[in-house]
Design a protein. Structure first.
Length: 82
């Protein structure tokens, strides 16, 4: 059962991160990015990879919070008493 819930979180987050990645880099050039005022000397693929995992983590957090908020108070209290 925990794997099923993990997939409820991870799969939609993966799809949302992929779409967000495409939208962001349709308007931004990865080679023109800077971090704290310093120009990144990363390859395009490195920038794409790092930002994808950041977007995925953010979307997984959002999906996990949505799943948590969908639980009834009875279920949450039962889990807290264990």
């Amino acid at each position: 059962m925990p794997y099923k819930r993990l997939m409820w979180i991870a799969w939609p987050a993966f799809l949302a991160a992929a779409v967000l990645e495409m939208l962001v880099f349709a308007v931004l050039d990865p080679e023109s990015l800077s971090l704290m005022g310093l120009r990144l000397d990363w390859s395009r693929e490195a920038v794409y990879t790092v930002t994808f995992f950041i977007f995925w983590a953010m979307m997984m957090t959002s999906s996990a919070l949505t799943l948590l908020l969908s639980l009834s108070s009875r279920v949450i209290n039962r889990r807290a008493s264990r």
